[in-house]
Design a protein around this ligand. Structure first.
Ligand code: HAM
Length: 427
């Protein structure tokens, strides 16, 4: 038997109803904050991620699905392509390619779609997973660098999680500084790591060389005592980064958005500057980040664009769905009626009636003239339909239909005109 590849999965009903529910609420919230949708390709030039996300990150160095795409003709050159592991680099590429800075104000975009990382699959971690994300980007003159943008994005996320009924989330907040303070900090971190790194785990030893800030993110219990004594970026922020961060926090305070300062939060992508954040949720276990994001003031330049500071986030939709309270599953809409055609030639009549009822926004399931009445009624009940409508020769001729309330067992006879009103009545 051919099965879905490990780390990928089929999303089936009724669970897909919860996914649609989550996406509908997200779209509603994005609309209220004046974000518009962007859809970028699922594969891009490998170089975009190498330069955007960073060669030394786990994502780029170990987790990308990359292949050499052969040219179609002898004369065509091949090209290295990659399934997108995240969407920020693609959105910023599109921003540059379509000169979106020529549009008024800051550009506010959202996306919903699959991302691909070759990670070790476990609960809440897949190789094809889905993100709901948004980016705010633009020229400095449009206010893209303002801490007000950071706070607005965070407040929007709090609103979204609350509207989805997700309780007990925690906003973990940090500032990872900018190019100026980062250099001084990395120097201090390297110095502090030198005498102790030999006692740390293999991953930390590698990170100390390639990407020392990632050491702070190590989950290895034996390394924690050493990490607790390492210098933190918060002690090295320059005056402008400190002020920026203070302003983000003061707007959040003014809006009553709770947060926890976490100066070990460094995030796994290289483009971050200043504000970095994650929203975590206890019920998720080890993979407890529902979403992550932050500011990326130098990303556009890193991939060949103009200065265009930005901030954004991506929600792991798989994890978001896992955190949704049970009641949201009632978003599944069962059929309002099951039409049971009785006898030869009745499929035609049933199809006509179903067409009329569906035009009135009713959910209709259609049986088949070959089914016996008993089978039709049983099927209707199993599908959770509220009513069964019998369409036989007599009914068609008289225009009077037998309508059975499947929960109550009551049956009434109704004209075509009364049918819609009856089916739309509150149960
Ligand atoms: P990220 O932290 O790599 O950030 O991913 C964001 C979220 O995607 C995570 O918090 C998690 O919920 C979900 N996620 C990541 N990997 C997996 C996986 N293998 N399986 C299931 N869910 C996963 C980014 O991707 C950035 N582009 C976010 C961003 C946007 N920063 C600025 N703008």
């Amino acid at each position: 038997m051919i099965k879905a590849i490990r780390g990928t999965r089929d999303l089936l009903p009724p669970e897909t109803a919860t996914w649609n529910y989550v996406e509908a609420i997200a779209r509603d919230v994005f609309r209220a904050y004046n974000f518009q949708e962007i859809r970028t390709p699922v594969f891009e030039a490998t170089e975009l991620f190498a330069r955007g996300v960073g060669e030394e990150t786990d994502i780029v160095s170990k987790e990308m699905y990359t292949w050499e795409d052969r040219g179609r003709a002898e004369s065509d050159r091949g090209q290295s392509l990659t399934l997108r592991p995240e969407n920020t680099a693609g959105v910023v590429r599109a921003y540059i390619e379509h000169k979106m800075w020529e549009r008024p104000g800051v550009t506010k975009l959202f996306y919903i779609g699959p991302q691909f990382r070759r990670e070790r699959p476990q609960k809440g971690r897949y190789r094809q997973f889905y993100q709901i994300g948004a980016e705010v980007i633009g020229p400095t003159s449009a206010g893209s660098e303002s801490p007000a943008r950071d706070a607005e994005v965070l407040e929007m996320l709090a609103t979204l999680l609350d509207r989805l009924g997700i309780q007990g989330w925690t906003l973990q907040l940090n500032s990872v500084g900018c190019a100026n303070d980062r250099a001084v900090y990395l120097q201090a971190l390297r110095e502090a790591l030198k005498p102790v790194v030999g006692q740390m785990c293999f991953d930390c030893q590698r990170r100390a060389e390639t990407n020392p800030m990632r050491v702070l993110d190590c989950k290895h219990p034996e390394d924690q005592a050493i990490i607790a004594n390492l210098p933190r970026i918060s002690q090295y922020l320059d005056e402008s980064c400190r002020q920026h961060f203070d302003e983000v926090k003061s707007i959040l305070d003014a809006c009553n958005i709770p947060y926890v300062l976490n100066d070990r939060l460094v995030r796994g992508l290289d483009y971050y500057t200043r504000t970095a954040f994650e929203f975590t949720h206890g019920a998720l276990g080890a993979q407890n980040a529902i979403l992550g994001g932050g500011r990326y003031d130098g990303l556009s330049e890193a991939i060949g664009g103009p200065k265009a500071p930005g901030i954004g986030f991506a929600i792991g939709e798989d994890r978001l769905v896992m955190s949704i309270p049970e009641t949201a599953a009632s978003a599944v809409r069962h059929p309002d009626a099951y039409i049971a055609p009785m006898g030869p030639g009745m499929n035609k009549e049933a199809a006509r009636l179903a067409r009329e009822l569906r035009h009135s926004d009713l959910v209709i399931e259609l049986g088949d003239e070959s089914f016996r009445l008993k089978k039709s009624l049983e099927t209707a009940s199993k599908l959770g339909a509220r009513f069964a409508i019998i369409v036989g020769e007599n009914e068609t001729r008289s225009g009077q239909f037998a309508v059975k309330d499947l929960a109550k067992g009551e049956q009434v006879t109704l004209s075509r005109d009364d049918l819609v009103r009856h089916l739309q009545s509150i149960p």
